[in-house]
Design a binder for this molecule. Structure first.
Ligand code: C2O
Ligand code: CU
Length: 576
């Protein structure tokens, strides 16, 4: 009797412990084998070399659930080129060496090598991956990560179907021609993209290709099945969650589905207090979920369009077809494609940025004060005649030895130990005129943050080296989400502007724009041991120095895998 009672209680107790463990039991390990390779492809009908994963660009979509472990075995088959892949929006808690940022978290993966990325997707939401080495991202090495809530958990909205759409801009020049032009005297700008791609597809007007001795139809062929309009087929009456992301190299975009409203419900993995829009402004590195109901006249198809904003567009509208089932997916909509808002209307872009607030039921309360304020002036400058982008008139350059390894192994001589400037001379600097900083400097020094401290970052925009010009810069932070405390026009006032911060329901994000001649205020907790890049997500801007690096709690980082080593001063550390 006593023993059976004992067994019964043991049984109850075990049951209790197993129920505690359930979330871990459900978490899965997802394994992927990817081969990265150059291939000839014609995403916009113009054939050129692209970097594909397992033969595809965009690469495979990672479909995971919260708390799953992702293992990507990445084989570099580029033959003569290094590679590294960053998991954009994944915080890499306890795995800072898997962040995939060449020069910061790892050495590049050399040709023929296989590198294993292993990390946990700890939050539901819409994320991305892309190359983080040189300007490789714009050669087509990117894709989506979709993390859903665990079984039985709900979200603050419902829908019938879930779709991922990545928007990109596309050039016919190779990334090497671009990178070389950018780092030459005279400076050669990349110019505006030839096409806008929606989920890797577009259509360039092949009649613009200059005829040459070679066969034009081999270079540009409008009926190539690889190009054309991306088709999004919808069932009338159903609601779609569209996970819209931008990985443009340059362009700020507007996205619109003709005749359909969109309800914004998620931004960078955080639930948004829903609001309805006709068109969405999206900056490189941002992700949004919008709900769209297929509630219009089902007898026809509609255009989904994307247009360049913030720079004077020289690129045709990117087109996709919003196809009502059972209409034929190739049935062209009877109306002309929408052309979006005026490209230079900065007010409506600022107004949309300000609308994005945390969902009332999911507010993460920000700390009410901060321990440190870093102001970053966004400008251009020149160094020895070379055009660069800069923060606080200092242009960033990556060292040969990745910071994470240098700091863990105490290799203090591999980068400049003097901290970069904390602010700029805001009392005297004129953000509205062309900077007089022809002899600016470059640095590879970093900001070292006190572990667990609260840090405010003020992005202050200013004039470029061209008269009457200020650009939109989307800034992306690795390893964290930040609270977006506010946006402003003109010069940030460190005394009065903080009084207007939104400390009630700010959205958390990992990427945020600073609008022309404006400022954006962010706050984050330096609570993720590691070394993290914070940079403008425009490929050419980061390449030419528009970024900084933060270190926090590096002494708490576990033993580094030797697979991240092998370059710079870490050659001897790699082992067999
Ligand atoms: Cu999506 Cu450091 O970038
Ligand atoms: Cu920029």
């Amino acid at each position: 009797m006593a023993s059976s009672l004992f067994k019964f209680f043991t049984f109850l107790l075990l049951g209790f412990f197993f129920s505690l463990m359930t979330p871990t039991v459900n978490a899965k390990i997802l394994r992927y084998k990817w081969e990265v390779k150059y291939q000839f492809k014609a995403p916009d009908c113009y054939r050129k070399l692209v970097i594909a994963i397992n033969g595809k660009t965009p690469g495979p979509t990672i479909l995971a659930q919260q708390n799953d472990t992702i293992i990507v075995e990445l084989k570099n088959s580029l033959l003569t080129e290094n590679v590294a892949i960053h998991w954009h929006g994944i915080r890499q808690i306890e795995t800072p060496w898997s962040d995939g940022t060449e020069g910061v978290s790892q050495c590049p993966i050399t040709p023929g090598d296989t590198f294993v990325y292993k990390f946990i997707v700890d939050r539901p939401g819409t994320y991305l991956y892309h190359a983080h080495y040189g300007m490789q991202r714009e050669a087509g090495l990117y894709g989506s990560i979709r993390v859903s809530v665990p079984d039985g958990k709900t979200e603050p909205f419902t829908y019938d179907y879930d779709r991922s759409i990545i928007l990109t801009d596309w050039w016919h020049q190779s990334t090497y021609e671009q990178a070389t032009g950018l780092s030459s005297i005279p400076f050669k700008w990349v110019n505006e993209p030839q096409s806008l791609l929606i989920q890797g597809k577009g259509r360039f007007n092949c009649s613009l290709v200059t005829p040459s001795s070679s066969n034009i139809s081999e270079i540009c062929n409008a009926s190539d099945p690889e190009c054309g309009h991306y088709v999004l087929t919808v069932v009338p009456g159903k609601t779609y969650r569209l996970r819209i992301a931008s990985l443009t190299s340059l362009s700020a975009l507007n996205f619109e589905i003709e005749g359909h409203n969109m309800t914004v419900v998620e931004a960078d993995g955080h639930y948004v207090e829903p609001f309805i829009i006709k068109d969405l402004h999206i900056y490189s590195g941002e992700t949004y979920s919008v709900l769209v109901k297929a509630d219009q006249d089902p007898s026809r198809n509609y255009w989904a369009t994307t247009n360049v904003v913030s720079r004077e567009p020289k690129t045709p509208t990117g087109l996709a077809i919003f196809n009502y089932y059972p209409n034929h997916p190739r049935n062209t909509p009877p109306t002309p494609p929408t052309t979006g808002p005026h490209w230079n209307d900065a007010d409506i872009r600022l107004a949309q940025s300000r609308k994005i607030k945390s969902h009332k039921g999911y507010i993460h309360q920000p700390p009410l004060t901060s321990d440190r304020v870093i102001i970053l002036l966004n400008t251009q400058n020149t160094i020895n005649g070379y055009t660069r982008w800069s923060v606080n008139n200092v242009s960033f350059s990556l060292p040969h030895t990745p910071y994470l390894i240098a700091l863990k192994e105490n290799l203090t001589h591999v980068f400049d130990q003097t901290p970069p400037p904390e602010t700029y001379d805001y009392a005297n600097y004129d953000i509205y005129s062309k900077p007089n900083n022809t002899n600016a400097s470059s640095t590879n020094s970093i900001y070292r943050l006190k572990f667990n401290s609260t840090v405010d970052i003020i992005l202050q925009n200013a004039n470029t080296m061209n008269p009457k010009n200020s650009e939109t810069h989307p800034w992306h932070l690795h390893g964290h989400d930040f609270w977006v405390l506010g946006y402003g026009v003109g010069v940030f006032d460190p005394v009065n502007d903080p009084k207007k911060y939104n400390l009630v329901d700010p959205i958390m994000k990992n990427t945020v724009p600073v609008h022309p001649y404006g400022w954006t205020a962010l706050r984050f907790r330096a609570d993720n041991p590691g070394v993290w890049a914070f940079h403008c997500h425009i490929e050419a801007h980061y390449y030419l120095g528009m970024g900084v690096v933060f270190e926090e709690g590096v002494e708490k980082v576990g033993k580094l895998p030797s697979s991240i080593m092998g370059c710079g001063e870490t050659k001897g550390l790699k082992g067999p």
